[in-house]
Design a protein around this ligand. Structure first.
Ligand SMILES: Cc1cc2nc3c(=O)[nH]c(=O)nc-3n(C[C@H](O)[C@H](O)[C@H](O)COP(=O)(O)OP(=O)(O)OC[C@H]3O[C@@H](n4cnc5c(N)ncnc54)[C@H](O)[C@@H]3O)c2cc1C
Length: 435
């Protein structure tokens, strides 16, 4: 009860705090001229241009957001069963905290936070429930954000308020049974009918939030097999011919309703084309760059949960007459985890800061995603090891962290693909310096 009271107080504080952020933003905005500078100034001191240097100490605002989301997750999500975490009731509570409108402008009902603060929210949710963190990350960064970045004003007014309030959950639908790492090989097709509307046929696989999504970005071929033959349309749940498959029975991330979506002659209005016809590949890549910051934050959250559990357990479990934590080997494990987690968090914040500053961040987002999710996998494996047989048993949370961590190395671009992205960027930079 006490925890609930504390949470209620913090929740109220967050709402007051978010309105303070808005006021601050208005004040700070006035000093800068171009559009990129007007975005997300609230985290930076007035003396600096955003993104020029990263504030390596949490500001009071960031700490407040961190504590509020942590308290929320611990009070409202930690007791939920793994498979049922995203109940309607919980989604409503998440919506009250504005977790579905993290970076959307206030005019659409969003919290207008910057990417660093959004990453903090995803990290803290994922520390308690990777499935809830995944829901929020995908909804905000690869569903709502592309509409904000590429949508017409009509599309923004039509879709963003419901996304911000969580009335409609977002999904990003690129993967197909025969197209994963190579999205240009998708087979779904969107063909114009006599009215100019799109008739969509195809299947999308492994769609995060698929079982509850109302607003789905569907990538489909509208032209030839080149990248410029791909477009993205916004499909709304309820359209005739739009159906869902059974929920995937996955190793981890079991609380997220991941499933296939099927399109059989689904008519999607011409006005739901997002960006230019033939511009779908570019939209997908822009969205994934942003999404990788969120998945990096998710990796940090899972890894932090594993470290917290390992610290506690190793201090309590006695073998050979002393706690495990008194053994130097175990201390080495704990230290290694802590260093990697902190480094991963800094990579996430750096990529987020660059995005907020309107600077290129593709390489940095790939680095953050790669290192943070690798850290999640390594830290959860170590945490299981420190727990011994108990750690390998259902009922001990580290076992779930271990299963949840694995997929972070696979989705939003498997880590092999992240390394390709990083290496390609390095080689391009080298080419530029030689010119
Ligand atoms: C829980 C979950 C949620 C997901 N959510 C979504 C979602 O919301 N939307 C969506 O569109 N997709 C989603 N996906 C799909 C995910 O993005 C893909 O699984 C991912 O892109 C990898 O594709 P694939 O599984 O087909 O693997 P493949 O592409 O078949 O790759 C298999 C392996 O080969 C490696 N590989 C492939 N190509 C290369 C290469 N050129 N060089 C080196 N190695 C390579 C990969 O890295 C991987 O290790 C989700 C998947 C899961 C499991």
């Amino acid at each position: 009860m006490e925890g609930g009271g504390l949470f209620a107080a913090r929740q109220k504080n967050l709402l007051e705090f978010l309105s303070l952020l808005r006021d601050l933003r208005v004040l700070e905005v006035s000093g800068f001229a171009d559009a990129a500078d007007r975005v997300h100034l609230n985290l930076m001191s007035k003396a600096k241009r955003p993104g020029e240097s990263l504030d390596l100490i949490y500001t009071a605002k960031q700490r407040k957001i961190k504590e509020t989301v942590r308290d929320f997750a611990e009070a409202e999500i930690s007791h939920e069963s793994e498979d049922e975490v995203l109940s309607k009731g919980l989604l409503q509570k998440m919506s009250r905290l504005n977790l579905f409108g993290l970076q959307l402008p206030e005019e659409y009902g969003g919290a207008a936070l910057d990417t660093v603060c959004a990453a903090i929210c995803v990290e803290e949710l994922s520390r308690v429930s990777a499935s809830a963190g995944l829901c929020v990350s995908v909804h905000n960064s690869v569903s709502a954000y592309p509409i904000l970045a590429y949508g017409t004003e009509d599309q923004k007014r039509k879709f963003l308020p419901d996304l911000a309030s969580g009335k409609s959950i977002g999904a990003f639908c690129l993967t197909e049974p025969n197209a994963g790492s190579d999205p240009s090989s998708i087979e779904s097709r969107a063909v114009r009918d006599v009215n100019g509307d799109f008739v969509v046929n195809g299947q999308k696989a492994y769609v995060t939030n698929g079982g509850i999504a109302g607003t789905c970005l569907i990538f489909a071929k509208t032209g030839d097999d080149s990248r410029s033959g791909m477009s993205v349309v916004i499909a709304e749940w309820g359209a005739k011919g739009f159906t869902r498959g059974a929920l995937e029975d996955m190793c981890g991330m079991r609380g997220n309703p991941v499933c296939s979506l099927f399109f059989s002659d689904v008519v999607i209005p011409a006005g739901n084309l997002l960006g230019k016809e033939g511009g779908g590949f570019r939209v997908a890549m822009t969205a994934l760059d942003a999404g990788r910051i969120g998945i990096g934050a998710q990796g940090v959250g899972i890894a932090q949960a594993a470290l917290d559990a390992a610290l506690k357990y190793s201090n309590e479990r006695v073998q050979f007459g002393k706690p495990l934590s008194a053994q130097q080997t175990v201390q080495n494990y704990l230290a290694e985890m802590a260093v990697n987690i902190e480094a991963a968090r800094m990579l996430v914040f750096r990529a987020a800061s660059l995005k907020d500053a309107g600077k290129p961040f593709t390489k940095e987002a790939a680095m953050a995603k790669y290192f943070a999710t690798k850290t999640a996998m390594e830290s959860t494996t170590t945490a299981v090891q420190i727990h011994g047989a108990y750690g390998y048993s259902r009922g001990f949370l580290v076992e779930r962290y271990f299963r949840d961590a694995k997929v972070t190395e696979i989705y939003e671009g498997a880590n092999e693909i992240q390394r390709l992205v990083i290496a390609r960027s390095l080689l391009e930079e080298l080419g530029r310096t030689r010119l």
